[in-house]
Design a protein around this ligand. Structure first.
Ligand code: AGP
Length: 608
């Protein structure tokens, strides 16, 4: 996600902004910029690339004097990384400068409204709409203008605003995206996260949603949306810098697991309008879909596991044959791909060498390509015919969690969209799917609120040597991810098996004490799964079951059970993955492994 820093005081602001943005670099970004109040005007300097590029552009701040300013590191969501799409974004006349972290979901209709009234836009960003709206509603009072804008925008935001008529004010507000206010002596700050200002102050206010902060050099005031003053309690931060970067969590992986409800909201909500799935970035028409003979899905690692789930989901709902291949295999198998094929490419980084090569092979054979990617402007995104971005923000831990969940959410959106176009999803089923999709973030939140139950189970098993994850249908697809999560961060050998396959060889490995994680969320196959559980129990296995709430009968067979809430079958993997992520995390933590940076692994495998 983006990084925001703001300063108002007696010192030159630019060097303080640059230093603060450096402390937010760990969050990932593709461009950076600053805006300073300088002699009655707002001076803006911004550039694609690393902070070094910006610092050289402004000569460390020498070229941008001023004691009031805002700074930003951008993680692109709307509009590729570029100088013009970088923040701060400014209004037509240059009166307002804005930095933003989040997604303005209704930016397109607002932009069209302003363009019809002669406002000139220069960027592709959703953020520019905020800057232009501020000028549009401005009648001389910057706080009034901010409140007016907030009444019209929908979505998530952390905003820093400066106005050329107000040399002594910095205004900030948030909704669903983090923002804090730092308090100094004769100077005050805003920041997306504590690390940005920890060297300047440890006294902070944490803004609540739609609380507006007005920072002056010697004071900070807070208001609600009715412009009534709000009293807030000053907090003292005693974290060290490392803990601050992880938001107080011990590891980035823990932080990213806990971010999943927000990530799901950020990825789903902008694509649901009045109960309909709207995929603006997808140009596939009904005619295109009706011509398809098959869908191929290519990816690596956890992204491949999303593809295995997508196969079951798409074939069940859209009724088109789906093949899912590991990208490193696909690229050398002389795949039966041509213009009658849609190739779905899934990748968090958008730079995985095997996946990029598979995309190019698919295009060479004439296939239509659609990629699901987290990094805006990455190679796979740029080379695909269509792109559906996951808006998970930068994922730091090598073991993917929030990006995986966001990819699953995009698969559901795409499935519903395609099923509707092809007529394989009736209106009643459509509405039911959308309703469940909207419940997903809260249900994940509910599971995370009981994470201690999984922590206890991990304490029973963190010394095991072998683990088998078994399941049927979507539970088998889910067991692949559960197994990879565990082995890649705890170094415990584990494997995933289709439960019906055990008797064809693998069950010979099951002996006294072998841990078997049995995924049994798919109702239609529950009894079959219980038979498989009995099979392994009979050979001495210890069984950790995972099923939906209410399925208490599993306790007659399994030794321990993890429960997830009920939801439609195709979306159960999005719930089941959470206890499996937590299990892997806690086991690895109890083993003292390097959770965020497991041995031998890289976050993005950009070599073959
Ligand atoms: C998953 O936890 C691993 N980090 C790895 O399997 C990863 O999913 C794989 O390398 C694919 O990466 P991508 O999504 O960036 O293409």
């Amino acid at each position: 996600m983006c990084g925001i820093v703001g300063y108002i005081g007696e010192e030159q602001a630019a060097p303080i902004l640059l230093k603060g943005l450096e402390k937010l670099e760990y969050r990932g970004y593709d461009s950076a910029g600053v805006a300073l109040y300088n002699g009655g005007h707002l001076q803006v300097a911004k550039a694609k690339g690393r902070l070094k590029v910006l610092s050289e552009l402004i000569e460390g701040g020498q070229k941008t004097p001023g004691t009031l300013g805002i700074g930003h590191t951008r993680w692109a969501t709307h509009g590729a990384p570029s100088d013009i799409n970088s923040h701060p974004q400014v209004s037509d006349s240059g009166k307002f400068a804005v930095v933003h972290n989040g997604i303005i979901e209704n930016y397109l209709p607002l932009k069209e409204h302003l363009i019809r009234r002669g406002v000139n836009f220069v960027s592709e960003t959703d953020t520019e709409v905020v800057a232009q709206l501020l000028e549009y509603y401005y009648k001389g009072d910057v706080l009034d203008a901010v409140i007016q804008v907030l009444r019209h925008v929908e979505g998530s935001y952390a905003l820093g605003v400066i106005c050329q008529d107000y040399p002594d004010q910095l205004v900030a507000v948030r909704k669903d995206s983090p923002l804090i206010v730092g308090v100094g002596s004769g100077e005050n700050y805003i920041a997306s996260d504590v690390p940005a200002i920890l060297e300047r102050t440890r006294d902070i206010y944490r803004l609540n949603d739609q609380e507006i902060a007005v920072l002056c050099r010697g004071s900070v005031s807070f208001y609600n949306m009715d412009k009534e003053p709000v009293q807030k309690e000053l907090c003292h931060v005693d974290w060290d810098v490392s803990a601050a970067e992880k938001g107080g969590y011990e590891h980035f992986m823990a932080k990213e697991i806990m971010e999943q409800p927000k990530v799901l909201r950020d990825t789903i909500s902008p694509r649901l309008h009045n109960g309909r799935v709207v995929l603006d970035s997808v140009s596939l028409t009904r005619e295109d879909l009706e011509k398809l003979r098959s869908i191929y899905i290519v990816a690596c690692g956890s992204a491949y596991h999303v593809g295995v789930i997508a196969k079951y989901v798409l074939e069940k709902v859209v009724r088109i044959p789906v093949e899912v291949d590991i990208a490193s295999e696909f690229r050398y198998m002389d795949p039966m791909v041509d213009e009658g094929t849609l190739v779905l490419v899934i990748s968090q980084s958008g730079e995985t060498a095997d996946t990029l090569a598979a995309l190019r092979e698919a295009k060479r054979r004439g296939a239509r390509t659609l990629s699901i990617v987290n990094v805006v402007g990455s190679s796979i995104a740029n080379e695909s015919d269509d792109v559906l971005y996951t808006w998970a923000g930068p994922e730091i831990a090598v073991a993917t969690t929030k990006a995986y969940s966001a990819q699953l959410a995009v698969i559901y959106l795409l499935t519903i969209y395609m099923g509707d176009l092809l007529g394989t999803v009736g209106q009643e089923q459509y509405a039911a799917y959308v309703k469940d999709l909207m419940r997903l973030p809260d249900l994940v939140e509910e599971i995370l609120q009981h994470k201690e139950n999984v922590q206890y189970l991990a304490s029973l098993f963190f010394n095991v040597k072998d683990v088998f994850f078994i399941g049927r249908n979507l539970d088998y697809a889910m067991s692949l991810e559960g197994s990879l999560k565990l082995k890649e961060i705890s170094y415990i050998h584990s494997d995933a098996y289709a439960a019906g396959e055990l008797k064809h060889g693998t069950i010979s490995l099951v002996e006294d004490g072998t841990l078997v994680v049995a995924l049994a969320t798919q109702k239609a196959l529950f009894e079959k799964m219980m038979s498989n559980v009995k099979e392994v129990k009979a050979r001495g296995a210890v069984v950790l079951g995972l099923t939906t709430e209410g399925n208490k009968s599993i306790e007659q067979t399994a030794d321990h059970v993890m429960y997830v809430p009920e939801i439609c079958d195709i979306m159960l993997p999005s719930l089941a993955v959470v206890p499996l992520q937590l299990f892997a995390y806690y086991v690895s933590s109890m083993k003292g492994c390097d959770i965020d940076k497991p041995r031998n692994l890289a976050k993005s495998v950009t070599v073959e």
